[in-house]
Structures are given as C-alpha cells and as structure tokens.
Write a protein that binds this ligand. Structure first.
Ligand code: SF4
Length: 339
C-alpha cells in the first residue's frame, strides 16, 4: 500500500532545534505539504472539519511533529512494564480502534523528534528494575509503522534494545512496511507482532490499513530476519462462515511460516463498551459492526466500566476452535491468552 503522506504538518517550533525536526521540515517543504506551527503538540488547532466524521478524517491526515517533554512513561500492563512513547495515533480507520476512546474526537498523528532523550529515559527505567528484565511496548498509543519511514524511531529503538542486557521491546502493527527493519541489529530483544483478521473483516472494518496478504508477507520477512514474532488475532468476530475464514487465515500463516518461526498468539474476541459504541456511531454512522447489547453478555472490567462480550457458550466454542486450529498448524506455538 502507499505510504502515509499527511495533508498538513504541524510543527512545534522546538522540534526544529533537533536534526530530525529539521530533516522533516525540509522533506515536507520539498513535497509542498501545508506546514503550520503550534505552541504545543498537545494543543493543536487548525484541523478543519464540521461534523464528527470530518474532524476525525482530517485529524488522521494531520501530522504533528513535536518534542516529548513528559518523560514519565505510563505503565502498560499486562503486555509490558512501560509504554515507549514513540508516536501517537495512526492513519488507519479501524472502526474498533483501541485508541478511539482515549485519543478523543481529533486523533491527529504525533511523532517526537527527541528519540535520544526518550531512549535515555528507557535506560533509567531498565536500571531501576535491574536485575529483572524490563519490557517496553511501542504500540500502546499508536501504530508505529506508518510514520517509521519518516522518523526511523523504531529502528533506533530496536538497535538500542539490542545493546541492552535487561531491556526488551515489542510492538504490534496492522501495516506491512517493515523493510527498513529487516537489516537492523535486533539481537533477539525486539518482538514484532502483527494484528490479523480475516480479509472480510479487514476489508469491512479496517480501512486504510494493509491487506491480510501483505501483513502475512511482512510477517514472513520479519521471521526470516530472525525477530521473535507474534500474532494478535483481534478482534475475533463471529459471522456466517467465520470458522472457514479463520481456518484459512491460520493455514495461510502456517504455509508462509512453516519451519522458520514459532510465533506466539494472542486472541481477543470482539467486545465493546457503551462509550466506545457511542463514539463509533458518531464517527462511523453507517457502521455494520455487530454491537447489539442483547446478543452479548455484560461483564465488569478491571477499570470499573462494563463491557459487552460474547456469551459464555460462544466463548467456549471460540476457544475450542482456535486451540484446535492453532494446535494443528503451529504445534510448538504458545497461545498466550484468549479473552
Ligand atoms: S491500525 Fe491500530 S491504531 Fe490504527 S486505526 Fe487501526 S486499530 Fe487504530
């Protein structure tokens, strides 16, 4: 798929004091992309749009280039100890985007030019927890791949963690532009995960992201490059023929990876909160996502709000199905969890 090119770029003036900020400014000037400035990357005005949908779409075509000043990293349980703040938001239009509720109505993309300071802070967290390992998640607030060709931040992070004894890095993506990472020295310390779904679900609900085929090709390249590899099958959605389609997905994966990788699997069934449903209906008013409360079971979440999940018997059917399919195609792989 084509690389992400924003409609407008919004600089924090301080970002231009960093080599990466200067390089990006030159790049976008050459391209003739509209350039604006903002006093703070957290207070961005100048993104047009009247309706909720227009604002959302315009924000996703806006790239803010700033300096990350808060160097206190958020916790990231259970997938890692800390978030590694490399970027925020992403140009994709997944209707069930996990950032939908946290990023607000104008989820502009943000990248940070002070990657050295961010990694120096990671080093401090690693030292604090020594001699235990410290794991950092690079996709807690973004999909970091679409802006990687501009910033090189993932590559820098992977090289940084390759050199640490006690730091580990992981991130997940729905994109496939991974070539710049293939020759990066990773030392087995960075795990790359791909979030996959059936092509029907991707085509219907994940507009603006890579196709299933290109994600599998990218995973194949990552496996050949020797990275630890993982797959998130998420969100698992039941529809006519779901078993046939997910079976095909797992067998396509097995065919692409047989003998070269033992990926791990994380399985997440579709769920929604009332708040997420309201957001989705505002931004995607014609969405066909299955969100009928009466077809679901209500469950209190760990953060005090309730979510609607598939009923218990359906969950058991899903569990049996995926354990069997993954067990057959990837007998040496671990299913880390199914929720
Ligand atoms: S790719 Fe990930 S971050 Fe981007 S819209 Fe989809 S779910 Fe959200």
């Amino acid at each position: 798929m084509d690389r992400f090119v924003p409609q407008r770029v919004i600089f924090e003036p301080a970002a231009l004091q960093y080599p990466l900020g200067q390089r990006l400014e030159h790049h976008f000037r050459q391209l003739g992309v509209e350039i604006q400035t903002t006093p703070s990357h957290n207070r961005v005005t100048g993104i047009p749009g009247k309706t909720a949908k227009e604002k959302y779409v315009q924000a996703k075509q806006s790239l803010v280039i700033g300096v990350r000043r808060t160097l206190k990293f958020a916790a990231c349980k259970p997938s890692a100890h800390y978030q590694l703040p490399l970027a925020t938001s992403c140009p994709g239009f997944c209707e069930y985007c996990y950032l939908q509720t946290t990023l607000g109505p104008k989820p502009a993309l943000r990248v940070y030019v002070n990657i050295d300071e961010i990694l120096a802070q990671a080093q401090e967290y690693i030292a604090e927890r020594a001699p235990q390992l410290t794991v950092f998640e690079g996709a807690a607030t973004s999909d970091p791949i679409p802006t990687e060709y501009l910033t090189g931040s993932l590559q820098r992070s992977i090289e940084f963690f390759a050199d640490t004894d006690l730091g580990r890095f992981r991130f997940v993506t729905k994109f496939s532009d991974v070539d710049s990472l293939l020759n990066t020295d990773h030392n087995g310390h960075s795990e790359i995960r791909f979030s996959l779904n059936t092509q029907k679900i991707i085509g219907q609900y994940e507009r603006g992201t890579a196709s299933l085929k290109s994600r599998i090709e990218a995973a194949h390249k990552i496996a050949l490059a020797g990275y630890p590899l993982g797959f998130l099958l998420a969100p698992i959605i039941l529809y006519d023929n779901w078993k046939e389609h997910y079976r095909m997905l797992i067998s396509d994966l097995a065919e692409a990876l047989s003998g070269i990788s033992k990926p791990s699997f994380e399985l997440i069934t579709h769920r929604f909160t009332k708040r997420a449903k309201a957001n989705i209906e505002r931004v995607f008013p014609t969405s066909t996502l299955p969100m009928q409360e009466e077809e679901r079971q209500f469950k209190f979440g760990q953060f005090g709000y309730g979510k609607y999940v598939y009923p218990k018997e359906t969950m058991e059917e899903i569990r049996d199905f995926f354990e069997e399919q993954i067990g057959q195609s990837f007998p040496q792989s671990e299913i880390k969890y199914l929720v």
